[in-house]
Each structure stands twice: as C-alpha cells, then as structure tokens.
Design a protein around this ligand. Structure first.
Ligand code: TTP
Ligand code: MG
Length: 403
C-alpha cells in the first residue's frame, strides 16, 4: 500500500534554478540583464566549454558543455564571463535554507537543483501546491532569481514537470495526467535513457514512450537487464525511489566483480582508479565531501576484507581517494591471493559548501577543472575523459552502492 500511495499523492517537488550561473551574473551586474550571457571557458583556456548560457543566449543555439569557440561563432556579440563558483555556492546555500524551512527531506541533486518530499508537512504549511508557490516566491524574494518548480506524485514526474515550462515554470502533474504527458514523448526524455540506450531503442523502432509501453516487461529485461525494469516503470510514470535526504546518504561506493580472478596488481589498481573516479563524481554531484575512505577485497573463496582510514580533512578528489585506497590495500597485504572483487567508497559525508569558504581560494582552478570534467562526463558518458592508466580497463561487472 505504501508504494501505491506514493503514486497517488502529490508530495514530491523538484526545484531547479533557471540558467543558474548566468542568472547570478545578470543579478550582480544589471548592465548585462536581458542580454546573451555565457558563463565558462576561461579556466580551461581555448578549449573551455560553456557552463551555462542565459535564455537570451540559448536562442542562438548556445548550451552547456558546448566548446566556447563554437559558442562564439553562434553568438559573437554574447557576453562571455568566467565562473564565480564561490558566489554561486553562496546563493545555493540560501536557496537550500529555504527548502529546509519546509522539510528535512531535501535531496540535493546539484548546486541549483533539489527534490523535496513534503509528506507530513501539510498541517503546518498547507498542500504541496501552496508550498511550491511559497518556495518559488521566497527564492525570488531572497535571491532575486527565478526557480522552476515541478510537483508530481514521484521524483521522475516532478523532474519532468519542473522542466516543462522553464524558465520561471510552475507545473503540477497529477496521477491522471501522467499518461497524456508521457505517451507522446521521445524515449530519450526518460530519466536514465542515455544516447546508447536511445539508439538501441530507436533501432528497434521504439521512438516514443507510447511505443515503449507496448514492449513486454520480460523483453525489456532481456534487452537491458536491470535498466529494462526501470524503463518499463518509467514509461508508465512509476518511480518508487525515495528522496535521499542529506542525512540519509551515509556512504557512496562502487565495486567491481571480475569475470575471472585477477592477480595482476597493476590491473587491479587500474580498476580501483576507475572506481575512485566514479565515487568522486557522485560525491561531487551531491556537493559532498567524505572523511573516511574504505576499501573491500574479496577472494575466490569469498573471504572478504574491509579496511578504512579516516582523513584529517574531508576529501572529494580522485587522487586522495585513490591513493588512500591503494595504500590501504598495500599496507594490509591484501594481494596475497587472486582478487575476485574490489570496491572503494567514502563515508562520514559532509556538505561541501560548509567548508567552501576556506577551501576555495587554494583550489579554485582545480575545482573548476574537476567540475567541468564531471559535467562533460555527464553529457558524454564516463568514458569520454580518461586517464592514461585506465587503458588497462578489464571487463567486469559493476555494482553501485549508496546506503
Ligand atoms: P542546470 O540546472 O542543468 O542548468 P541551468 O540552471 O544553467 O539552466 P536550466 O534553466 O536549464 O536549469 O545546471 C545548473 C548549473 O550547473 C548551471 O547554471 C551551470 C552548471 N553546469 C555546468 O557548469 N556545466 C554543465 O554542463 C551543466 C549542465 C551545468
Ligand atoms: Mg538549473
């Protein structure tokens, strides 16, 4: 009954700021309001990419992750500014403070985006729609910026809703409206359908969500494994994932199981590096840092070792996570037998922005570089940027974990 309820009630809200970095620039410099503003690029020199573009610039086809050079061709008279992440983080904090005034169940998706679960808040603050309007107004009053708000019975539909009337949108999707919205949509609009999955579906002639609905669940599972079930559900607007509020995420880890046990330590390290990159990418997305690095090694006989080390300062960079993981393995002499499974993760997580003031000045460019790399990977997939060492990459199964 619990799961069913989630799809009937209108308790989930998705809030996403409009053209966030560019809007902040326009807020702080009235002379560029109403003009095409493009943020990004300079930290990486000529090969920089667009972080974001104001809606005025989007009319020229400029969008996030586009090379600045291309943006300048499309929009030569645009105003190009470097990012000021410190300022964006400050405003982000103010926005999240507003959310927390209504509910502790806030899931931070990125610097400008969150899910809120408003179950149980109604006696105090009214129904979800009135809370949504209040939040939108408060964000505007307190920061001078506009947010787009989506309200729906679950996360997937709420995210769709916030995107539907951007910028300055406010869209409510009730259970009985889900079908009419989803059926005509291209399959690529479903959450988690990347370029690769979309291509496979299109090759099979499945272009819209309506067409996807006609495929039996077992066929989808055969085609896509676990993702198949997710596709089956999303096509029907079913999404039973809970809001993972900050306090409910205890750790972030990734592990890999090898098809045959590995003895080659260099190859194990190559996988460890890849896993560390994934952990850090998820951590950064959630704007978190972690104080404890833990590793896991399993042998053929299922004997398993876990080891951990707590750092002096919380970390969110690949080098620290990988180096600590590697030394935990070395120091504990864990390569005495062929390795079946290797895993790495971070726990004791904290909100990154709480420390940003002191950390930012020293690691500004590193920070921007990492954020840009993360964003490119979001757009083009994990394999788009790799370190040389990753060329050792082995075929293995992966498991994502988040407690
Ligand atoms: P988004 O919410 O994806 O984009 P946006 O807020 O600029 O525009 P929209 O109105 O469509 O929501 O991302 C939030 C911020 O994150 C964005 O302002 C800049 C940064 N960002 C990047 O730096 N690179 C990227 O590729 C993306 C997508 C975002
Ligand atoms: Mg946004």
């Amino acid at each position: 009954m619990g799961d069913l309820n989630k799809n009937i009630e209108l308790n989930i809200m998705h809030v996403d700021m409009d053209a966030f970095f560019a809007s902040v620039e326009q807020l702080d410099d009235p002379s560029i309001r109403g003009k095409p503003v493009i943020v990004g690029g300079t930290a990486l020199g000529k090969r920089g990419v667009v972080s974001t573009a104001s809606y005025e610039a989007r009319k020229y086809g400029v969008h996030s992750a586009m090379p600045i050079i291309k943006a300048k061709k499309l929009c030569p008279h645009g105003i190009y500014v470097p990012g000021r992440h410190h300022r964006y983080a400050e405003i982000s904090d103010n926005i999240f403070e507003i959310f927390y005034n209504y509910t502790p169940l806030v899931e931070k998706i990125s610097i400008d985006e969150a899910f809120l679960d408003l179950t149980g808040c109604h006696r105090l603050f009214g129904d979800t729609i009135s809370i949504g309007k209040k939040i939108k107004n408060e964000v505007k009053e307190r920061t001078g910026l506009t947010a787009s708000v989506g309200i729906a019975p679950n996360k997937f539909m709420a995210k769709m809703a916030s995107d539907m009337e951007k910028p300055d949108g406010f869209v409510v999707i009730k259970s009985d409206e889900i079908d009419k919205i989803l059926i005509p949509l291209p399959v690529g609009k479903l959450w988690g359908v990347g370029k690769k999955t979309e291509k496979i579906l299109r090759e099979k002639g499945i272009k819209t969500v309506g067409m996807l609905r006609k495929i039996p669940r077992s066929d989808l599972e055969k085609m896509f494994g676990k993702l198949g079930l997710r596709l089956y559900n999303l096509a029907r607007g079913i999404d039973n994932r809970n809001i993972e509020s900050f306090s409910s995420v205890k750790s972030i880890s990734h592990e890999a199981t090898f098809s045959s046990s590995l003895e080659d330590i260099d190859k194990i390290y190559a996988v460890l590096l890849e896993l560390s990159q994934k952990v850090v990418r998820r951590l950064r997305k959630k704007q978190m840092k972690g104080s404890t690095v833990f590793i896991k090694i399993r042998y053929d006989n299922f004997e398993t070792f876990n080891r951990s080390l707590t750092l002096k300062n919380p970390a969110d960079d690949v080098d620290t996570v990988y180096r600590v993981g590697k030394s935990l393995m070395e120091e504990n002499n864990l390569f005495k037998k062929p390795v079946r499974l290797v895993g790495i993760g971070l726990e004791s997580l904290t909100d990154k922005n709480q420390q940003q003031l002191s950390l930012f000045s020293s690691s500004d460019s590193e920070e921007r570089l990492s954020t840009t790399i993360d964003n490119i990977k979001d757009r083009f997939g994990e394999k788009s940027i790799r370190r040389a060492r990753n060329l050792y990459y082995e075929v293995y199964e992966q498991k994502n974990k988040q407690d």
